[in-house]
Design a protein around this ligand. Sequence first.
Ligand code: ATP
Ligand code: MG
Length: 668
Amino acid sequence: MERHLRALIVEDNPADANLIHEMLNQSRDLSLSLEQASRLSHGLERLKANQLDLVLLDLSLPDSRGFETFAKAHAHAPDLPIIVLTGLDDRSLAVKAVREGAQDYLVKGQVSGDLLSRSIRYAVERKGAEQALRASEERYRQLVENATDVIYSHDLVGNITSANPAGGRIFGYAAEDLEHLTIWDLVDPDYVAETEQMIQDQLEGVARAGPYEILARNKSGSPVWVEVNPRLVQRPGASPEIQGVARDVTERKEMEEQLRRQERLAALGQLAAGVAHDFRNLLTTVILYAELSRRHARLPDELDQNMKVIIDESHRATDLVQQILDFSSNAMIEPRPLDVKAFVRSTLKVLRRAIPEDIELALETEPGPQRVRADAGRLKQALTNLALNARDAMPEGGELRFSISSRRGEEEPAMETHRRGLSQGSTLPAGEWVSIAVSDTGTGMTEEVQEHLFEPFFTTKEVGEGTGLGLAQVYGIVRQHDGYVHVETAPGEGSTFFIHLPVCREEPVPPAPRSKEAPVARGETILLVEDEPRLRQAGKSVLESLGYQVLTAANGREALVLCGLEKPAADGEVPPSLGDKGAPLPSANAPVAIDLIITDLVMPEMGGRALATELSRRAPDVRRIAITGYALDKQDKEALREAGFQALVRKPFERSQLARAIRQALDR
Ligand SMILES: Nc1ncnc2c1ncn2[C@@H]1O[C@H](COP(=O)(O)OP(=O)(O)OP(=O)(O)O)[C@@H](O)[C@H]1O
Ligand SMILES: [Mg+2]
């Protein structure tokens, strides 16, 4: 059934008003009650007071005439449908009113009952539909304006035709300015082809699984990564355009990039570490033999000089290997509490000699103690590498500044932060940090160079001038200290490298001074267990040169045989390693008294740890030293202590170093 309508007629001529009244009363398909006002002012008051559905408005009233009558009524009740009543001679006025929002007009004297009721019904319905449309438009407008993603459109050559406020925000423009730009003003030059392809895909109807990822630049030129979902829209009578939604994914992209870089570095590190271990063993042998040869009493001077060169060069090779191992975080560090200010000061003194006069060295500090747990040797290496790079970046001279400051990390330590390292401008994980900044006034770096900076063998220097291991080593050293390294730089603006290390509360202790002298044997016997024959032989010679009785074995099992703790293999065959020149053969009846076992950790059959555990049970008096080329973490070291090792010596070791460790273990 039809809804009951309430209408107001504003008409000063009683005859006209009555006529309409009559017509409506007779109309059977319209349920309507009609009020009347004879002046506009009265009519407007009724509008205010009553809930009405419709107004029939005569344009010429005693207090208002012509178009103005409509304008006033409409302004008063913009949501109310108005039908204008007019005389024959001012039809044009009525047309104008319809153009400005009246629903319809009726010419007095030409109105029939049917026409009137149809006009009223349509007016009410049309107005209702209009209102619904306006409300829905408003809703969509709000959605678009408040969206956090960019909602935009552009024509097929790229002129931006609309963009919401998010677009302005993300690209750093006033939203209305965006509409004067083209998408080519935003897209990074490297992504123009991709963007053209995107438009082409739309024109050809190519469906693509995911969004397009496009690199854009904001107003100040900083990178903005957007994920774009475009759509070709073709409306009849309008030129086709691309509409789309673009989401700012810069943060995610940067994280991914960072992660990718870390993973690449980790893979390179593993690769390098494998080679480096073998190399280090070779070098250990070379150095030990050369040192032994120099101890020969009748060695001619010339050969002695040659030996010295071999030793020096091997040490340099060892340094290179060390860089690789540092990078792969596979080196052993011995961290202890360190006063950063004192440490940097003393490092600067050494550096002064390596840095040319025309580079000024400066140190900037904050009051208060700044302590970290660090391996002073490794950290000094890291700072030296940074300083030498800075020197190379300032061929004309400049300033090299070290700044030490305390920082507080704000961010909750995200699960991944640690693996990710720290990208430019990121915040440090929660906690307290000591930052050492090394800044130069040199050439600075392009983004391209920054991209590969910490990769091993990445260098921009001439062959022979740089191996590209310096920063890789810095990276590895800092990571091993649970710290972060990052750089801030731009071409022509110098560079600042930051090393952030976790604060340590313990008091620093000065390391015990080391004597160069190698302490010698006091009649003890040592069993050397090492699976690599040359290293075993070299080690044996070194130990003998220190005056020890030496037995050798190639693995834990053989060692137990030598100690008389296990029978030789069933067929009584002597393993080849036991036949090493000069080694007394074992006899189950008369086992040799062994004071100390020096053992490699990873060996076939039985490794060093299993051997030590066995000894703890069956021969607890025998002292134990582990030698290893692998990096050990806290837990590994704890496990070694539990297995009864008194000391750990890392390869490559020097004669005096081994000698000291032996005496310490024996004299405890
Ligand atoms: N302070 C700096 N200013 C400008 N460029 C730098 C700076 N530090 C490093 N670089 C750039 O980074 C590259 C890599 O540095 P890295 O220290 O790893 O290797 P390298 O100095 O080239 O060689 P190496 O340190 O092994 O002798 C350098 O070749 C240089 O292009
Ligand atoms: Mg370098």
